[in-house]
Design a protein around this ligand. Structure first.
Ligand code: C2O
Ligand code: CU
Length: 547
């Protein structure tokens, strides 16, 4: 195994990813940032220099479990003090499992300002994939806002509440196209800027491509399509999938997939690659890229009208695709047949003192000034409320189909402490929001683990019967999973990675509004924390500024 060194500088720079010029957060001048390409077992060392003038930074390595290095998880306020302006931090971790992953800012709402990228971990030498292809290509999807993340965060934490709203554009590999003529003062928008020419994926007729697709949208659930081409799904969040063919791939923020696509259509023309918003009433134009058959001109627009995707509110087909994901024969790691503890998390939209929030079992997370990992390891019991949050909600009387009678929730920094090596079930239960007849999609992401996806259902999870229908034969292992409107999703994982791990909705505004819980397991097995992560809260003095 090798050690791979990266020197990264984080800056604000003017960029025009969708032709509209705005300040974006870049890594070494780029957004999306550089791709980390490594081999299973390699050690990654990222020296991160924060050159932002007034903002802290932290970067999370999404899907990397950080076994033995929980302080490198990069979750600002949970596993480290964020890196202050002008400071640097060295992240060091091992990529122990081949697959497709991502990284992104995990402080404030910096992800949506452009701080994100791809991690590819290749198999060890001599091991091959259980499928074949000629070429490997990356596609990272995002949605894009013209307002600054500061302005958006301010709106979310104000009375009256100002929602971030629907994104202005959808980006494929950092490129989109806003219609500049919609602006009354189009000065900041230039339709001919090469930064916003569509991404081109050139293919050779007859060849098969593995597309590694990741989504790090701030808000949107997406449907990804390549006009006229079938896609065979083979990988999800680093696990092999029992192959199945789709025309459109639903992908939620925080998920990654590999699909195989054969360039087997009429080679005399190009085709559209499209992404469309689903699960919210779309107010964002289709995101476009070009599937270019060599040797046609790469910029030559396809002769067809781009597809607008499936019906945005077709929950049934999204649920069906979620259920279709199974672990691949020959690569099945079966779950324990029973669990030691089940935690049901009711997902609700709430108010606290008039502020809009999201809550789990009526608690909305506000994390402490001393990050959890530090507080627990250093035994600082006054850093956060030591009482456990509830393992369930009022099942008997809560009506998930209606706006709650009392929408008030409580703010909390409590955490779930799990017995080391125990098997834990999580049942995510969706409900109506504060709007009549509305329930949203929440992609839930667990740090530090993968989990088995045991099942999905519509309506209220039934304690006595739904557990009997779990898939214990070939459940897929993932790190991010959707909770569909008015539905439930059941997961199982083993609490076997010493540390403190966030589990949260990957919609950036929802996480910002408290849609998260925290798990601790085996804290006594965590090695000494590097003092470089400790420069805030009660341990501020542990990390003295260097001259
Ligand atoms: Cu990709 Cu805690 O997030
Ligand atoms: Cu959410």
């Amino acid at each position: 195994a090798r050690t791979r060194h990266y020197d990264w500088e984080v800056n604000y720079e003017y960029k025009s990813p969708d032709c509209y010029k705005k300040l974006a957060i870049t890594i070494n001048g780029r957004t999306p940032g550089p791709t980390i390409l490594a081999q299973q077992g390699d050690t990654i060392i990222v020296k991160l220099q924060n050159n932002l003038l007034t903002e802290n930074v932290a970067i999370h390595w999404h899907g990397i479990r950080q076994i033995g290095t929980p302080w490198s998880d990069g979750t600002g306020g949970f596993t480290q003090c964020p890196i202050q302006p002008g400071e640097k931090l060295i992240y060091k971790f091992v990529v122990d499992r081949a697959g497709t992953y991502t990284y992104h800012g995990h402080y404030g709402m910096q992800r949506e300002a452009g701080l994100y990228g791809t991690i590819i971990v290749l198999l060890p030498n001599g091991v091959s994939e259980p499928f074949s292809y000629d070429y490997d290509r990356n596609i990272i999807l995002n949605d894009w806002y013209h307002k600054s993340s500061d302005e958006q965060a301010t709106g979310l934490s104000s009375i009256p509440f100002v929602f971030v709203g629907e994104p202005q554009s959808l980006l494929i590999n950092g490129k989109g196209k806003y219609n500049c003529s919609l602006l009354t003062t189009p000065g900041a928008c230039n339709a001919t800027n090469p930064q916003c020419s569509p991404h081109v994926l050139t293919v050779v007729p007859g060849k098969t491509y593995r597309l590694r697709i990741g989504s790090l949208t701030a808000l949107s659930a997406l449907s990804f399509e390549i006009e006229g081409h079938d896609m065979t799904v083979v990988e999800a969040d680093g696990s092999y999938v029992e192959p199945f063919v789709v025309r459109n791939l639903y992908i939620y923020s925080g998920e990654t997939y590999s699909v195989l696509v054969k360039a087997n259509q009429d080679p005399s023309r190009n085709y559209w690659i499209t992404i469309n918003v689903v699960s919210r009433k779309p107010a964002t134009p289709t995101g476009l890229a070009i599937f270019n058959y060599y040797p046609n001109h790469p910029q030559k627009p396809p002769p067809t009208v781009p597809t607008t995707g499936p019906l945005w509110n077709d929950t049934t087909s999204r649920l069906a695709q979620s259920i279709a994901l199974k672990a691949r024969q020959g690569f099945i790691d079966t779950p324990p047949l029973t669990s030691d503890r089940a935690i049901v998390l009711l997902n609700t939209q709430n108010k606290i003192d008039g502020y809009y929030k999201w809550a789990l079992n009526n608690l909305s997370l506000t994390f402490p000034t001393t990050p959890y990992l530090i507080a627990l390891k250093e035994n600082l019991t006054d850093a956060f409320d030591q009482n456990p949050p509830p393992d369930g909600y009022d099942f008997a009387s809560y009506d998930i189909y209606r706006v709650a009678k009392n929408v008030n929730a409580t703010s909390s920094n409590r955490i779930y402490r799990l017995r080391f090596n125990s098997t834990v079930d999580i049942i995510l239960q969706n409900a109506n929001t504060m709007t009549v007849n509305n329930s949203e999609t929440h992609p839930w992401h667990l740090h530090g683990h993968e989990f088995w996806v045991l099942g999905y259902g519509m309506g209220k999870y039934n304690m006595s019967s739904d557990g009997k229908k779990y898939n214990l034969v070939n459940p897929i292992m993932k790190n991010t999973v959707p909770l569909h409107p008015y539905g439930w999703t059941a997961l199982r994982f083993q609490a076997n990675n010493p540390g403190v791990w966030a589990f949260h909705c990957h919609v950036e505004s929802h996480f910002y509004m408290g849609m998260a819980v925290v798990f601790e397991e085996g804290i006594e097995k965590v090695g000494n924390l590097p003092s470089s992560i400790m420069g805030c809260g009660e341990t501020k003095s542990y990390n003295r500024p260097r001259p």
